[in-house]
Design a protein around this ligand. Structure first.
Ligand SMILES: C[S@@+](CC[C@H](N)C(=O)[O-])C[C@H]1O[C@@H](n2cnc3c(N)ncnc32)[C@H](O)[C@@H]1O
Length: 332
């Protein structure tokens, strides 16, 4: 219920509505709708917290709902609402809308909603921004937990790098969304494009040849997409090829499944990351990839990075973390 939106009367008005305070007259209803719009505006400026996305996802739903109702009930344009009273042929609709907003606000306080809200939010953005032929392609990684953080990183200067892109489906989707959102960023997708070249040092499930899919030809696939998207596939051992990155980075996605691969990559790109660069790590704590969590734990413990988001807190066994640079890396 309190997604960091304090500091103004708007949230108090909505809290009152959520607690059941009557909004009987037109003036009270008008104030509640304006409060909702104000919270929507402020929520969109918030940092990356699950609560913010919960709130924004619901607000986005109501934003569309309000637009529909404005037409249906021939209300005056929404742009006029803050300065003029809301007018419509049947004002009870405003009460109905506010009542439903209040009902959803009550459910915001339930953490179980947080994951579903991220899923709903991402699906809504994908539906609005991507053709179904692309949206329907299946990637390994959980895009609902990745896209909202990439979207936040669009405000940060710099390119995007994905390490361990496998078939490149996530890369195409994210590069598409970056372009659709009008961001001038380039997406670099790193992979050997022939699977792992080493065995997991801790005896995990992955070894030489895992994730090899020669039939699919991911490098060729990404090369074709690079003609229309701001996307470059980079072939080879990412612990070495990552040195090709020269510009600052705004978003990094590390999906190399082993600490011994992620560590040299992060060290090499460290100087390209700033304090606002969003760094995502997949498979943290997954039993099949036993070296990822200890590697990240050590970086957190020495203060090199700080935790921004732990997906397992809202959806168990999703194994994703987002961190930001906080201090310096310990010696290798
Ligand atoms: C878990 S998969 C990535 C899944 C992908 N992100 C997706 O959503 O479809 C791990 C990838 O890391 C790649 N990989 C393993 N060792 C690598 C290395 N040294 N350099 C670059 N890529 C590597 C593998 O080829 C594999 O495609």
């Amino acid at each position: 219920m309190q997604p960091g939106l304090g500091g103004g009367p708007a949230l108090d008005v909505l809290k009152g509505a959520a607690e059941g305070r009557a909004l009987g007259d037109a003036r009270g209803q008008h104030e509640a709708v304006c409060a909702f719009l104000d919270c929507l505006k402020r929520a969109s400026q918030q940092g990356t917290t699950a609560e913010t996305f919960t709130f924004v996802a619901k607000c986005a739903e109501y934003d569309r709902y309000l637009d529909e109702k404005v037409v249906e009930f021939r209300a005056n344009p929404r742009g006029d609402w803050p300065s003029n009273a809301v007018k419509s042929d049947n004002n009870t609709v405003i009460a109905q809308v506010v009542d439903e907003i209040a009902g959803h606000l009550r459910s915001f306080s339930e953490p179980a909603q947080a994951y579903q809200s991220l899923v709903d939010y991402t699906q809504a953005r994908i539906k609005a921004l991507m053709p179904p032929e692309i949206a329907g392609m299946r990637q390994e990684a959980n895009i609902s937990l990745i896209f909202p953080f990439l979207e936040k990183a669009l405000a940060v200067e710099g390119d995007v790098a994905e390490f361990g892109c496998f078939r490149g489906i996530l890369s195409v989707k994210l590069a598409w969304l970056i372009r659709a959102l009008g961001a001038s960023k380039h997406y670099y997708a790193f992979d050997t494009f022939h699977g792992f070249e080493i065995d997991d040092p801790a005896g995990g499930a992955l070894g030489v040849g895992s994730f090899r899919d020669d039939e699919f030809d991911a490098f060729g696939f990404l090369t074709k997409w690079s003609r229309i998207l701001p996307l470059t596939p980079v072939k080879g051992d990412a612990t070495k090829t990552c040195a090709q990155l020269k510009a600052p980075l705004s978003f990094v996605w590390l999906d190399l499944d082993m600490g011994v691969l992620m560590d040299p990559v992060l060290r090499t790109i460290w100087s390209k990351c700033g304090p606002d660069t969003v760094i995502g790590i997949d498979d943290v704590g997954r039993p099949e990839t036993p070296t990822v969590a200890p590697w990240l734990d050590a970086l957190l413990a020495c203060g090199a990075v700080e935790l921004v988001f732990d997906s397992d807190r809202i959806a168990p066994n999703t194994f994703i973390r987002f961190v930001k640079k906080k201090g310096e890396l310990p010696p290798a």
